[in-house]
Design a protein around this ligand. Structure first.
Ligand code: NAD
Length: 441
């Protein structure tokens, strides 16, 4: 079987390499010439554990190719996956489908055989139907079927997530599309992965509903963290206490600085708009978006409060810039409003992230100093703010911090450190939603 993937970003590259690993012949067409050149040379434009190896192995085996034209990529394919970006549209938060429709139009015009167009990009409900109409209008003579196959991989564990997913969702009205996707996902079927077949609209909504729910879970525990700070409870224990209930589950109950990343912020906004347009607004999702935005903006105030009400002239070490560990993705990262707020309040900010610094340099305001490693960032610092819980920061206990820092203040936005050990070592320690150690903000 041969398939093509349009878009060699996070999702396109990971799914393409994984499908190739299943034994399928995969052509990934990436429009950005610089990225395409990197891929052809075997260099990976994003940081994702294990991806370089998987791409190299499958390229060497001849199953994974990066053609320099879309026409070459889709020649002889049974299915063409659309994996281009669907960012939030400026101004109104709707998913911007410019890239999707541009790619679909290119594909439909170039096709010389019947094929299935599959959306892997996260697209609003109704998009698949519009793609089918467009294909029918442009190429009435060709049997082009449409399916929705939303992707649930997480950056940082994208390969295992793709290879052993909780489920695969396939939405289509076409028996031929179901058959092709069933054959494509056969290796997962063999390991008993549930493959859920639905209609087009249902599959499109499942993706938004999943992300909306997870974003709501994170926002819920963040609100509980605020309450913990006000009433003297501990959010880590609350999360454990409720998470052990099988109906709730333990995942996505880590209180923190608010969610960021390439998916939750834009997908919650888009879901809000989809629901409004359908005449059934979702008050829950509206609140999730508002509460999370406000939380991210308030993180700088926490640091200022921890530093005694002012950070003017103080050297603040920020550890972790990516929106979560094991990725260099900085989209909507909580570190961005935090650092902006600290700089605006007159702080000197020195930052370090194990892999996201190059990306961060293009996104953070001027004036941020970038350190070569964590100890260099901490040297002479008046406070440490831990923003992203990379494993290498977990080992930074009080004993390692004390000789480096000028003032012993730790603001731990991920509840990574042991508050008691910090206090015993003479640190002023502030976690999130922890008894005696939180700051209400
Ligand atoms: P990305 O921005 O990393 O990659 C998109 C790529 O498509 C870019 O490299 C871009 O140059 C390329 N592209 C755009 N138009 C093209 C065209 N006409 N032809 C060929 N290439 C083209 O985006 P991403 O993070 O991979 O996300 C893609 C989609 O998958 C989005 O809808 C996103 O919501 C969804 N998604 C992302 C994740 C994730 O963790 N990143 C997870 C699940 C779903």
């Amino acid at each position: 079987m041969k398939i093509a993937i349009i878009g060699g970003g996070y999702v396109g590259l990971v799914s393409g390499a994984c499908f190739a690993e299943f034994g399928v012949s995969v052509d990934i067409y990436e429009a950005d010439a610089a990225k395409r050149a990197m891929l052809v040379e075997g260099r990976i434009p994003i940081y994702e554990p294990g991806l370089d190896r998987l791409v190299a192995d499958n390229a060497a085996a001849g199953r994974l190719n990066f053609p320099d034209s879309l026409e070459a990529g889709i020649a002889g394919t049974e299915a063409i996956f659309i994996a281009v970006g669907t960012p939030a549209r400026r101004g109104d938060g709707h998913a911007d489908l410019t890239f999707v429709f541009a790619a679909v139009e290119q594909v439909v015009k170039a096709l010389d055989h019947p094929a299935i167009i599959v959306t892997k990009s996260t697209v609003p409900v109704g998009t698949g139907r519009k793609i089918a109409e467009l294909a029918q209008r442009l190429r009435p003579e060709l049997a082009i079927e449409v399916a929705s196959n939303p992707e649930f991989l997480r950056e940082g564990s994208a390969i295992p997530d793709f290879m052993r997913p909780d489920r695969v969702i396939v939405g289509t009205d076409s028996e031929r599309a179901r058959d092709v996707l069933r054959r494509l996902y056969r290796p997962l079927y063999l390991i008993e992965t549930p493959i859920v077949f639905t209609g087009l609209e249902t599959a499109e909504l499942i993706k938004y509903a999943a992300n909306g729910f997870l974003a709501m879970k994170i926002t819920f525990i963040n609100e509980m963290a605020n309450l913990c700070e006000s009433v003297g409870a501990d959010v880590n224990d609350v999360a454990r206490g409720i998470g052990l209930d099988g109906r709730i589950g333990r995942k996505f109950l880590h209180a923190g600085p608010g969610f960021g990343g390439s998916c939750f912020p834009k997908d919650t906004l888009a879901l809000m708009r989809i629901a409004e347009e359908a005449g059934t607004p979702s008050q829950l999702i509206q609140s999730v978006v508002a509460v999370n935005d406000a939380r991210k903006e308030k993180m700088a105030e926490r640091v200022i409060a921890a530093c005694g009400g002012t950070v003017a002239g103080k050297r603040i070490a920020v550890l972790g810039l990516a929106f979560k560990p094991e990725t260099d993705d900085m989209r909507e990262a909580p570190s961005i409003p935090l650092i902006r707020g600290l700089l605006a309040a007159g702080a000197e900010v020195v930052a370090f992230d194990p892999v996201a610094m190059d990306v961060a340099k293009t996104l953070l305001p001027e004036g941020v100093e970038f350190a070569a490693d964590a100890p260099a960032a901490l040297a002479g610092a008046d406070a440490l703010v831990l923003v992203t819980e990379w494993n290498e920061f977990r080992s930074l206990g009080a004993a390692r911090l004390a000789p480096l820092m000028r003032t012993k203040i730790v603001v731990d936005l991920r509840n990574v450190f042991d508050p008691e050990a910090m206090r015993e070592a003479g640190f002023a320690y502030y976690g999130i939603g922890r008894k005696h150690y939180g700051i209400s903000a």
